[in-house]
Design a protein around this ligand. Structure first.
Ligand code: ZN
Length: 132
């Protein structure tokens, strides 16, 4: 599922996972004191430190995703018509997960209006109308 989503969504997924992991570790560490008393303090300390690091990392990922999304290209998805954001030259649509590309050489579209500007030719009709 992670591998089939848009890059920005994947970053958010990982950020969320790390936040959950960090919070879980901190809760577990605190619970260690409750269950094991004095001996649990070491466990709690380790859990709190790792949890804190995980949450810092998730914060960094969120921040990075935010920075990336400001430089992302906004495009209208030709498949579902929604406005989506692309990172790099090739990315998936956030909504329908269609692979989109800005590189005309990689595009294998059969929609004439998406091809590089060319005079109307005989091969315009591929059975799919420009509006889908
Ligand atoms: Zn789409």
């Amino acid at each position: 599922m992670v591998f089939k989503s848009a890059k920005i969504n994947a970053f958010r997924t990982w950020g969320l996972l790390l936040t959950m992991l960090g919070m879980g570790l901190m809760v577990l560490g605190t619970a260690g004191i409750v269950f094991w008393g004095h001996a649990g303090k070491v466990f709690a300390a380790v859990g709190l430190v790792i949890g804190l690091v995980a949450m810092m990392a998730s914060l960094a990922i969120y921040f990075w995703a935010g920075m990336l999304s400001t430089s992302a290209v906004q495009v209208d998805c030709p498949e579902c018509g929604k406005l989506t954001k692309m990172l790099g030259k090739t990315d998936r649509c956030m909504f329908c997960h269609t692979i989109l590309t800005l590189d005309p050489n990689q595009a294998n579209t059969n929609r004439p209006h998406l091809k590089a500007p060319s005079p109307p030719a005989a091969d315009v009709d591929h059975g799919i109308s420009p509006k889908g």
